[in-house]
Design a protein around this ligand. Structure first.
Ligand code: SF4
Length: 334
């Protein structure tokens, strides 16, 4: 089955595969740096979102040397809005490792790629397949969904993973690992979609046990993540000169190294004005909602420093804090 399956898939890909700025059709990408950046950007982020950041990032950091020598704060600025900022830090550190430990030459052996930051089993396989056409099987969410449907695996996803990986490996065209990985991802993104899969346009429907069954949208079966609600307060604090108080987050943990306004679950200042404006953001396990409060003060709180309103754009904020800036414009700019 694997030969006829991959032929059908690759023929379809040659005609209908997506053109993406980090994509190279017909083997290994000639520039592994492009693969490195795209792999880290695409972790937990949709292609659509990455598309609006990728070109700008590559324009500013066109090669591994320029990225390695840039300050991390500037890398964060170009990552601003993409979320999961530890990836930006990992990408920056990986570039530095490639320059310092590999003389700027991209590693092509698994054990060397594992020395880079932010590279787990999936990213290593994916990087090696796309950058070197190495015989690797890439197993992302699209591949899991396609394998589970092809073989009608109806048990919860964590119980079928070993089976999925084995089946994905059996089907992989290892001679054409880069194109095969792109093709199966595109199939998942455009044909075998989570909802309303287009089975009548599917190039591998002849191999699929689910195509005529009604439960395919429920495959693979996923556990629902229970999210906690977090309600709190965020403070836009101004001094008499009209400057705004911000602070830098620690280098560890969620949103590390980014800037933010003071915020807390409990009230920090009893004399602050509570607006009726809120910002909210959904993190992996938390639904966060913060009430915006404003305050003018003479003192500099021990936590943070004041900056001119027009300089706020020089600091990298999380998406949540960017929402605070947008919603508090009336206070920041007056
Ligand atoms: S036939 Fe339908 S369910 Fe099966 S792989 Fe193709 S799109 Fe997915």
């Amino acid at each position: 089955m694997s030969k006829t399956f991959s032929k059908a898939l690759l023929d379809w890909y040659a005609r209908f595969g997506r053109d993406l700025p980090w994509r190279f059709k017909g083997g290994a990408h000639p520039n592994p740096y492009i693969v490195l950046v795209s792999e880290l950007m695409l972790q937990q982020t949709t292609v659509k979102t990455v598309l609006s950041y990728f070109d700008k990032f590559i324009k500013r950091f066109p090669d591994v040397q320029s990225l390695a020598s840039a300050p991390l704060e500037e890398v964060y600025l170009y990552w601003q809005g993409l979320g999961y900022y530890t990836r930006a830090k990992s990408l920056h550190q990986s570039a530095q490792i490639i320059v310092s430990d590999f003389n700027g030459v991209f590693p092509s052996k698994k054990e060397d790629v594992l020395r880079l930051k932010g590279f787990g089993a999936y990213t290593v396989s994916s990087f090696l397949a796309f950058a070197f056409n190495a015989p690797q099987t890439v197993v992302d969410g699209n591949v899991i969904r396609i394998m589970a449907r092809l073989y009608h695996l109806t048990d919860p996803v964590d119980e079928i993973m070993q089976d999925v990986i084995q089946k994905a490996q059996n089907l992989t065209d290892t001679q054409n690992a880069a194109d095969y990985a792109s093709a199966i991802m595109d199939l998942g993104a455009t044909i075998c979609t989570k909802k309303n899969p287009l089975c009548n346009q599917c190039p591998v429907s002849d191999f699929c046990l689910s195509k005529n069954l009604d439960d395919k949208e429920q495959i693979p079966l996923k556990k629902k993540i229970l999210k906690k609600d977090f309600n709190g307060y965020v403070y836009v604090i101004k001094n008499k000169k009209g400057e705004i108080l911000i602070r830098k987050r620690t280098e560890k943990g969620l949103l590390s190294g980014l800037y933010e306004f003071l915020w807390s679950e409990n009230k920090l200042f009893n004399n602050a004005f509570e607006t009726d404006l809120y910002v909210s953001h959904v993190f992996t396990h938390i639904n966060m909602k913060l009430k915006i409060c404003t305050l003018t003060t003479q003192k500099t709180p021990s936590d943070g420093f004041f900056v001119k309103p027009e300089d706020l754009k020089k600091y990298a904020f999380s998406t949540l804090m960017q929402k605070v800036i947008k919603k508090s414009e009336f206070f920041i700019c007056t």
